[in-house]
Design a protein around this ligand. Sequence first.
Ligand code: NAP
Length: 500
Amino acid sequence: MPAHAPSVAIVGAGFGGLAAAIALLRDGVTDLTVFEKAGDLGGVWRENTYPGAACDVPSHVYSFSYFQRRTWTRPCSPQEEIHDYLAACADHFGVTPHLRFDAEVTRAVWDEEALRWRLELGDGGSASFDVVVPACGQLSIPARPAIPGAETFAGHQFHSAEWDHDHDLRGRRVAVIGTGASAVQFVPPVAERAGHLDVFQRSPNYMLPRRNLGYPAPVRQAIMRVPGLQALRRRAMLLMMEAMVFGLKGNRAVEGVLRAMSWALLHRHVRDPELRRRLTPDFAYGCKRILFSSYYYPALTRDDVDLVDTPITAITPGGVRTADGVEHPADTIIWGTGFDTQAFVAPMDVVGAGGRRLADVWAGGAHAFYGLTVPGFPNLFLLYGPNTNLGVGSIVVMLEAQARYVADAVRRLRAQGAPAAWDVLEDVERAFDEQTQEHLRGTVWTRCANWYRNADGRVVNNWPGYMFEYERATASLNPAHYALLRAEARSSGEAEPVRP
Ligand code: NAP
């Protein structure tokens, strides 16, 4: 049978898009285009340039297993190093010539006759592909809460993911709103520069220590020279992360150790019992993402830094007003308020078989078979889709698994010798979703408000198990889970696809 070489479009050139491109190129796919709305690759590691931006998962696990760098300067690499690493990956694996920058995909429409996706671009152009891989991330759309008066603020304001480096913070009166993973990284350097800093906290978080000092020369040498050391460190760190998941799944001993470490960090750095009380969360350990910093609490104890935990009621021209009627003067507001985490492919409009819009299918909360495929959206493979985020772990492990799955799917399409498309079966996807939600019902994430859940309380973002379970389950595409749509079958008048 003559080979049919499917064409593939990837949307997004961050960690996920690159993982997919690399897996496909390594598998011999050459008709590949990576559409990127910005002028550079890197995804969140291009966008988030705030002071102190670094991964909070060590780089030897927060990087591709097959492209290990031994020259990271510290355990959790700063943003520039990660961005540089991603560019090096793109060059090394030959992705660079396939990148198309300043090319936003605004709409993707499934053509049921041709078994192809038609992509519409922001510049008015269009293109058709056999397979589409949205790799748009879960943390790419900055969220600013609708606090009354925000538009009346007379000073300067920006979101942490859109840092204004031209705005000199020296001597300024700065208000930071939000105390999540981003804020705990940029609050310490901002506190160094600002004249005065108010940190507006809605909920405190659990924190674990992380000094993240540069590797001493002998350690660097050892990492460079000792055979197998990097692989060993990687394996050990992944095991440690899975052990933390074990703790968050209800193992009291592991959870107890983590809790004790958080308690000790708070008590060591914050002497004032009243401030300590205000920094002590009242929700289940691990319900919101556990944060890592040995610098955040000390920053809050500075004389020129105040923690404000009275709810914000309004932004005024001169600052931030809280529920006690106090107006906290500010000339700069930095929104550390996170992301629209449940939009997934949005603002791209995805229209599948029968004209169904993915946004409508997901109206009650996004769902997909292993976060990858949705019935009625044939040959659409999501990266970092619903229920694939981790409370603890390296998302790169999940992305690699998803990229392998996509490459396997395309390999099997190629073997058909003619245009064909995988459409996940509705009952398979529904059963998977019910099982996943059942699993999630018992998890710690259902015990507080967090960015993993939607307004109805459904956990939309997180994977309920271990990383290794996900890797095992997605090791290859099982044809029994899919209908295989074939062009010949349609042209010969066969109405319905058959289960292979
Ligand atoms: P986030 O964790 O969602 O934190 C947002 C913060 O804004 C929270 O403190 C939240 O309070 C607060 N907030 C939201 N709406 C508010 C309102 N109306 N009034 C007052 N406060 C409000 O966002 P993020 O810090 O940008 O981090 C998002 C995710 O990105 C992280 O969980 C992590 O997965 C990833 N990230 C990773 C790294 C890394 O690897 N180093 C760094 C940064 C971010 P509540 O807690 O009360 O909701």
